[in-house]
Design a protein around this ligand. Structure first.
Ligand code: PEP
Ligand code: MN
Length: 447
């Protein structure tokens, strides 16, 4: 059983001085929003979170692989059918590539339906000598660079709830209503330029899947598993007011769950052992992620695991490592070795994005596809040497043809960034780069 002490109150959490929180000017308005949020139905259900925890236990045991991806920061404006469908089909295409190659179940989790709050390295942003509060995601303030827009507005937390609810609703319809049927693997990428290497490779694989399916149907096997997929939501649990208001006691088990998303993670900047985020999260039953950056020691990882998962519950803890291409081979081995030697079985997942961000000469924040691949290779090599299971990838991606990361088979260069740079926060892989990455990961999983 998890810690039996009751979920801390919001005041108790605030007494721990949570980092990366907005400062709201109108406390009355904030109180009204929190009260409203507490009355709204849960966005996800406890049983779904339990199912995902069981799946994550398979990942930790080396019997499944996690694919987790989506925007760095979702936006309210981005809640459109096209946008959601594009992300979904990109993730489903990647999952098919991985399933076919690796022949293990792929656990599919979107950075979707809740990823609206961002930790920032600086609390302010300065442009032309003017300093304003930094953009902290649509959950908190507006992206436009004006004092009004950058003022934290508590009403936005209701916006997060509504946007997440609409996204989940459409996603649930897509994944169970026929769109995810394996017979449609071709159509997921039908409007996609076949001139790209990954596109052609994908069509070949889709042909093979079609033949395999036709064979199975001819043999009389027509399983439900071909028609629907299990797809889960995830985000960084950051804003205390929102996450606390959506923490609910499950009527079936009387246990607390974070009902803002299935899988919640604690970011690199808010994972202090005695901090408010760890304190809230250790009380909920969801499967949890913790980001581990390049300064992480093995002892820190172990202490976090002990605090968040004192009972060694299968599937409870996922360590999402984001060391950077240049550090992964140096830092990761000791962390993995020591956690493993302690007898813990956690899921190890590679985020090859957040340790590899740099500023291009023209001022755009970008990432090189080659660095992303290099970190992934380092991650796979380290696990291979230690005999541990490389359990998954966590990536920032979009289903559109954006130009935010350089490299990949389309050979995007820094001068291309200006063309379609649409992210409000970190640079994402575009559809082509995402598929290409899936093929590279698939190769590592088969060799
Ligand atoms: C993120 O996932 O967008 C993020 C901010 O990551 P990290 O906490 O690893 O920096
Ligand atoms: Mn990010």
């Amino acid at each position: 059983m998890l810690d039996a002490s009751p979920v801390p109150s919001l005041d108790e959490l605030h007494a721990l001085n949570p980092l990366q929180q907005p400062t709201y000017a109108d406390e009355g308005a904030l109180a009204d929003v929190i009260a409203k949020l507490r009355t709204l139905p849960p966005l996800v259900f406890a049983g779904e979170c339990d199912d995902l925890r069981t799946k994550m236990a398979s990942v930790a045991a080396g019997e499944a692989f996690l694919l987790q991806g989506g925007d760095c920061a979702e936006t309210f404006e981005g809640v459109t059918a096209d946008n959601i469908q594009n992300k979904l089909r990109t993730l489903l295409s990647m999952a098919v590539v991985l399933t076919y190659a690796a022949q293990v179940p792929i656990v599919k989790v979107g950075r979707m339906a809740g990823q609206y709050a961002k930790p920032r390295s600086s609390g302010t942003e300065t442009r032309d000598g003017v300093s304003l509060p930094a953009y902290r995601g649509d959950a908190v303030n507006g992206f436009a660079f004006s004092p009004e827009s950058r003022e934290p507005d508590p009403q936005r937390l209701l916006g997060v709830y509504n946007a997440s609810s609409a996204t989940l609703n459409l996603t649930r319809a897509f994944v169970t209503g026929g769109f995810a049927h394996l017979r449609r693997v071709h159509s997921w990428n039908a409007n996609f330029v076949l001139s790209s290497g990954a596109g052609v490779q994908y069509q070949n694989l889709a042909d093979e899947i079609d033949r395999a399916l036709a064979f199975m149907v001819a043999c009389g096997i027509d399983d439900d598993a071909f028609r629907t997929v299990d797809f889960y939501s995830s985000h960084e649990a950051l804003v205390m007011e929102y996450e606390h208001a959506l923490t609910r006691i499950d009527s079936r088990t009387r246990q607390p769950y974070g009902t803002s998303g299935h899988f919640l993670w604690i970011g690199e900047r808010t994972r202090q052992l005695d901090g408010a985020h760890v304190e809230l999260m250790r009380h909920i039953r969801n499967p949890l992620g913790v980001k581990l950056g390049p300064t992480t020691t093995a002892d820190t990882a172990l202490e976090l695991a002990d605090r968040l998962d004192p009972d060694h519950e299968p599937g409870r803890i996922t360590f999402i490592t984001r060391m950077g291409a240049g550090k992964v081979r140096e830092v990761l081995p000791e962390v993995v070795a020591k956690v493993t030697a302690s007898g813990r079985q956690v899921a190890w997942v590679c985020d090859p994005m957040h340790g590899n961000t740099f500023e291009a000469r023209n001022g755009y924040k970008t990432r090189a596809f080659s660095d992303v691949v290099e970190e992934l290779n380092g991650f796979f090599d380290v696990h291979e040497e230690l005999g541990t299971w490389p359990g998954g990838v966590h990536v920032e991606l979009t289903g559109d043809d954006v130009t935010e990361c350089v490299g990949g088979s389309d050979d995007l260069v820094e001068a291309d960034l200006v063309n379609r740079y649409e992210t409000l926060c970190d640079p994402r892989l575009n559809r082509n780069q995402s598929l290409e990455l899936a093929f590279l990961v698939a190769e590592r999983l088969t060799t």
